[in-house]
Design a protein around this ligand. Structure first.
Ligand SMILES: [Zn+2]
Length: 312
C-alpha cells in the first residue's frame, strides 16, 4: 500500500509517497508562501500529489490515504487545524477539505508529533514503543509516544514539552509564561548564550570563531580547539537539556529520548554527555531502568514520513 505524507512548514512544504516500510518512492520540497492563503496552498498540494504519483509510476487509485503535519495546534481526531500562526490559519477543516478534493482518507496532526511518529516507525525509535521525541530548534518541539501510539492530551493540545516550566520568574517565553524549558535549551537559546559568552570573553578562541557569524556550531568548533569558554558554555547547555529530560523521565520514564534539530547534528559531543547525566540521575535515585538518548535519524524527512504513518 502507498500513502502520501505532507509536512507543511512556515517556509517549505515537504511531501512524499511512502510505502508501509517507510520507503520513499518520490518526494519534493517547495516554498510554502503562506501569504497566498489557504486555498492556494491546498490546491498546490493536490496538484503535487498527482505529480508525485506520476514520478513514482503510480495512479491516484494506488494511494490509500493522506497524512498532513502542520506547525500549530491541530485536533487530529476531527482533522481540524485550530491555530497556526506561521501559516495564519485558524479553525480550518484541513482533513475534510483534502478528503473532499481527493476522495481519500486524510489525517492532520501537529508537525512535531508527526516527526515523533516518523522516528518511531522508521528511524531511531524503531526499537521502542515508549519514547519522547525532542527537536532542538527555534523552540523545542516534542512528541510523546506511549505503547506505539501518539499521546496528544485533551483536545490534542498537549505534549508541548518545550513549554514545561523549569524556572519560576525565569526568561520570558513567547507563550506568555516565564522560565519555559525552550528558553534555555533550544538551539536559538544556545546561540543567545554563545553571544553572551563572546561578549564576556572577547579574548577567547570562541570569540575568534564567532567573528564571521555565530551559530549553534560555533561553540563546538571552539571547544575542539581546546577553548575553555566554549567548553563551559557547552557544559551548561548540556545541563539545560538534561534538566528537561529529567523532568520528563520523572513523569513518563520512556524507553528513550530521540533528539533532533540542527544542534543534535553535533552528535556525540551533545548526545553522549546528556545520556550520561540523565542516567547518573536515574542511577542515584534507583529509578531503574536506564533511559536511552539517541540522535534522530530521518532529518527533514521525519515530518512527512510520520504524516504518512498517520494513515497507515
Ligand atoms: Zn513557553
Amino acid at each position: 500500500m502507498y500513502y502520501v505524507g505532507v509536512d507543511i512548514g512556515g517556509k517549505n512544504v515537504k511531501m512524499g509517497i511512502v510505502d508501509d516500510f517507510g520507503k520513499i518512492l518520490s518526494s519534493m520540497t517547495y516554498k510554502t508562501l503562506p501569504e497566498r492563503g489557504y486555498d492556494a496552498i491546498l490546491l498546490e498540494i493536490i496538484a503535487n500529489i498527482n505529480n508525485l504519483c506520476e514520478e513514482a509510476g503510480l495512479y491516484m487509485d494506488d494511494i490509500s490515504g493522506i497524512g498532513i503535519g502542520v506547525p500549530g495546534i491541530c485536533n487530529s481526531r476531527v482533522g481540524l487545524v485550530m491555530s497556526c500562526s506561521n501559516l495564519n490559519w485558524k479553525g480550518v477543516e484541513l482533513a475534510n477539505d483534502i478528503k473532499n478534493l481527493t476522495n481519500k482518507p486524510c489525517k492532520v496532526c501537529n508537525d512535531a508529533n508527526c516527526a515523533a511518529l516518523g522516528e518511531q516507525r522508521f528511524g531511531s525509535g524503531r526499537n521502542y514503543k515508549n519514547l519522547v521525541f525532542i527537536t532542538l530548534g527555534t523552540g523545542i518541539g516534542s512528541g510523546i509516544i506511549i505503547d506505539g501510539k501518539l499521546f496528544e492530551g485533551l483536545g490534542c493540545a498537549g505534549a508541548e514539552a518545550g513549554h514545561m516550566g523549569i524556572c519560576v520568574d525565569g526568561l520570558q517565553c513567547d507563550c506568555g509564561n516565564k522560565g519555559c524549558w525552550e528558553s534555555y535549551a533550544s538551539s536559538s537559546a544556545f546561540v543567545r548564550q554563545t553571544k553572551e559568552a563572546v561578549q564576556k570573553n572577547p579574548d577567547s578562541i570562541l570569540a575568534e570563531v564567532c567573528k564571521d557569524g555565530i551559530s549553534g556550531k560555533s561553540a563546538f568548533i571552539a571547544a575542539k580547539q581546546g577553548d575553555k569558554t566554549a567548553k563551559k558554555l557547552i557544559e551548561k547547555y548540556i545541563d539545560y537539556v538534561t534538566y528537561g529530560l529529567i523532568g520528563l523521565t520523572n513523569i513518563l520514564h520512556p524507553q528513550a529520548f530521540i533528539v533532533g534539530g540542527g544542534i543534535a547534528n553535533e552528535g556525540a559531543p551533545l548526545i553522549l554527555p546528556v545520556k550520561k547525566k540523565l542516567n547518573e540521575y536515574i542511577d542515584n535515585n534507583g529509578f531503574y531502568p536506564y533511559v536511552d538518548v539517541v540522535g534522530a535519524k530521518l532529518g527533514n524527512n521525519a515530518g512527512f514520513l510520520g504524516a504518512a504513518a498517520l494513515v497507515m
